[in-house]
Ligand binder design. Structure first.
Ligand code: PLP
Length: 401
């Protein structure tokens, strides 16, 4: 095959010239809408000047509405992992017990971080095909008569498996046994895509990031914080400096940050929150549900298996699909990338090679989904994976109905 690279590209080692847009169908980073790209492309301003203060205040106000809270929201120049660390170091002390549940790769990474920070983690084993069992959380807390467990830390939408946990029900179970543990929830791949109510559901710290449902490039991490969590932070003993909420909240009240914020990403975040609120969160959540259902119909029609086993826990942002035995998901993904210029999510951790993941979140519509599923169907054929044709047709019928 002859290369269609220009000489300059060959010299730089760039990829072949492609026409049309790349399909970025991993479950984050997601496609950045043109409105957000334009908002990012503004001159960087003085982050201690008056124009910045109104940008910061408007951005935080928009983000509060997305989290569905009127309480404190803190924005870090970090990936989501930084916001995980912030949630732990601001609320807990060395040796504190934390209840976590092995829903998948991200829950496992957050557990590893908690252990490295010196916390004692009760890690409930899981099969990576189910969400957090609310009854199990209730039972563990009920057994904890000494009230030694200081926090329950769970992942709302396990991006590695396509399984969503029932946070509101877990909160009710914690309350039903009157346990004082804090509830910390990772919403990195669900905020702005799947129904989530920080205040109403009584979550103490909600962790999130910019590059998934919020349709921004990577680079911002968020904590939404309850009054109870702020109170806990006053006596929490884990060392913290960069991640300390106190100066963030103090300076944030007047629209400033204790250190240089990611100014241009804040322009983008203000725009992205405005877009979500213009559409209306209920409409945004309904769109994600619909695209996820269409995707599952395609997968079933292909005769392939969904990783998620509980229909009440199907993720609306990402669908993980099991490869038939003897077929490597990463070989299939490579063919899809080379032939159709589409990136699909890889299998993470123990799922490596066994699943591929279709991201259907963020700035996305029916025809983008139709294109995505067409790429999967053509890719299955090109990779010699045994499947039944008709997945795209099943999805289109659902979308048109
Ligand atoms: C992406 C993701 C993370 C990690 O976020 P980074 O921005 O890569 O640090 C953590 N948890 C979940 C659920 C995620 O989807």
């Amino acid at each position: 095959m002859t290369s269609n690279k220009t000489r300059g590209q060959r010299e730089r080692g760039d990829a072949d010239v492609k026409s049309g847009r790349h399909f970025l169908q991993i479950p984050g980073p997601t496609n950045v809408p043109d409105r957000v790209l334009r908002a990012l492309a503004q001159p960087t301003i003085d982050h201690r000047g008056p124009a910045f203060a109104s940008l910061a205040r408007e951005t935080i106000a928009g983000l509060q509405r997305v989290f569905q809270t009127t309480g404190a929201v803190v924005i870090y120049p970090s990936s989501g992992t930084g916001a995980w660390e912030a949630a732990l170091v601001n609320t807990l002390s060395s040796g504190d017990r934390v209840l976590m549940v092995e829903t998948g790769h991200f829950a496992t990474l957050w557990r590893d971080m908690a252990v490295r920070l010196g916390l004692k983690v009760d890690f409930e084993p899981g099969d990576w095909r189910h969400g957090v069992d609310p009854a199990l959380v209730e039972a563990r807390l009920k057994d904890d008569r000494a009230r030694a467990i200081k926090a329950v830390a769970i992942v709302h939408n396990e991006t590695s498996t396509g399984v969503t946990s029932r946070v509101a029900e877990i909160r009710r179970r914690i309350d039903s046994v009157r346990h004082p543990a804090l509830l910390l929830v990772d919403t990195i791949s669900s905020l702005g895509s799947i129904e989530y109510r920080h205040a109403e559901w009584g979550v103490d710290v909600t962790v999130s990031g910019s590059q998934k449902g919020l349709m921004l490039p990577p680079g911002l991490g968020f904590n939404a914080i309850s009054d109870k969590a702020i109170a806990a932070s006053k006596s929490a003993g884990l060392p913290r400096a960069y991640w300390d909420w106190a100066p963030m909240i103090k300076d944030g009240a007047s629209g400033f940050f204790p250190y240089t914020p990611a100014t241009n990403l804040l322009y983008g975040l203000r725009e992205a929150a405005a877009m979500l609120l213009e559409q209306g969160l209920p409409a945004v959540f309904a769109r994600h549900c619909r695209h996820a259902e269409a995707t599952r119909r395609a997968v079933r029609a292909w005769g392939l298996e969904l990783l998620c086993l509980n229909p009440d826990e199907y993720s609306s942002t990402v669908t993980a699909v099991l490869m038939p035995d003897g077929h490597d998901a990463d070989v299939f993904r490579k063919i899809v990338l080379e032939r159709f210029d589409m990136s699909l999510g890889t299998g993470l951790g123990t799922l490596k090679g066994r699943v591929f993941r279709i991201g259907h979140l963020g700035d996305f519509n029916d025809l983008m989904l139709a294109g995505t599923l067409s790429g999967v169907e053509m890719g299955l054929a090109a990779a010699g994976v045994p499947f039944t044709r008709g997945g795209v047709t099943a999805a289109l019928e659902f979308l048109a109905s």
